[in-house]
Write a protein that binds this ligand. Structure first.
Ligand SMILES: Nc1ncnc2c1ncn2[C@@H]1O[C@H](COP(=O)(O)OP(=O)(O)OP(=O)(O)O)[C@@H](O)[C@H]1O
Ligand SMILES: [Mg+2]
Length: 279
């Protein structure tokens, strides 16, 4: 692919736990360009572990191996702490699921956005504040000067998530990893936040890794979908071609949600086959 921002080849991540090994990610390979790439799969399939490994945010009990983990001209496998500090937040940022846990509860939301800028750029506090207010406008917050001075508990879930997006975008990253960014929001607010994120990332040529459980959501929102099962990528497919997914696990996921107008008594249960682990 032209303009490849990230290349991951045979990524393996295991955790040692009370003397035993959990192979959480096995042989995962993918590239990311200027696109919206979804990673879907059931709980525990390894999605977040893959996301965090790109920022080297894994706990001490993790072993990470890969043939390649290349971000632009930087080999992430070899990158030292200083290089990683420059990358985290500045060049690759991560939006987490729930703003309540990601924002500092005792700091004004505006100051948190300004701080995200100050951490990476040498400017005065005044300029950082102006930048933060412009960014609040960008994420369609009305009356940004007032919202700047609110504390996290004073903003709604949707507003909190916009604040998070503002914080992640202000240092102008090249890649955003969004880990279930809207699953704490109700459906209409979810749409607004996703549309906004979409606009901002295409305007700024950002590559998005969008981690989700929701195949129905990502088929409309993303360009390409990686389906993970038990630590492996079992399918990589264009979102527009999901209907033709080959893997039985993906087909099962596609059939799982109920649809309006369908008449049926019971929802199907996903039948797992041990052989999927070896494909
Ligand atoms: N720090 C850790 N120590 C031990 N095992 C871990 C650790 N972090 C993750 N795991 C294991 O790695 C596997 C993958 O976890 P991960 O959180 O990546 O899944 P996920 O696909 O993001 O799930 P979810 O949809 O619930 O967020 C799981 O089996 C999990 O128990
Ligand atoms: Mg997760």
């Amino acid at each position: 692919m032209e303009d490849t921002k990230l290349e991951v080849k045979n990524l393996q991540i295991s955790f040692s736990h009370e003397g035993s090994q959990v192979n959480a990610v096995r042989d995962v390979s993918f590239t990311l360009g200027q696109e919206k790439l979804a990673i879907v799969g059931e709980s525990g399939s390894g999605k977040s572990t893959v996301g965090r490994s790109l920022l080297k945010l894994h706990p001490k009990n993790a072993t990470v191996k890969a043939e390649k983990l290349q971000f632009g001209d930087i080999d992430l496998l070899q990158a030292n702490d200083k290089t990683m500090q420059n990358i985290r937040g500045r060049r690759i940022s991560m939006i987490m699921q729930d703003p309540k846990y990601s924002l500092n509860p005792v700091m004004k939301v505006g100051d948190q956005i300004a701080e995200a800028y100050l951490a990476h750029y040498k400017v005065s506090k005044k300029i950082a504040k102006e930048k933060a207010i412009t960014m609040l406008e960008k994420v369609q917050i009305r009356d940004p000067e007032r919202v700047y001075s609110l504390y996290p508990h004073e903003v709604s879930g949707g507003m909190g998530q916009r604040v998070m997006i503002a914080m992640m975008l202000i240092p102008e990253p090249e890649i955003i990893i969004a880990d279930e960014p809207t699953s704490a929001l109700d459906v209409s607010v979810q749409r607004q936040v996703l549309n906004l994120l979409d606009e901002l990332i295409s305007e700024r040529n950002i590559g998005l890794i969008f981690i989700s459980h929701d195949l129905d959501l990502v088929r409309n929102y993303c360009d390409r979908v990686l389906v993970m099962y038990a630590g492996r990528v079992v399918e990589s497919i264009k979102a527009s071609e999901l209907e033709n997914a080959q893997h039985p696990y993906t087909q099962g996921l596609l059939k799982a949600p109920p649809r309006i107008g369908d008449i049926r008594n019971r929802l199907p249960t996903l039948q797992r086959d041990p052989s999927w682990l070896f494909n």
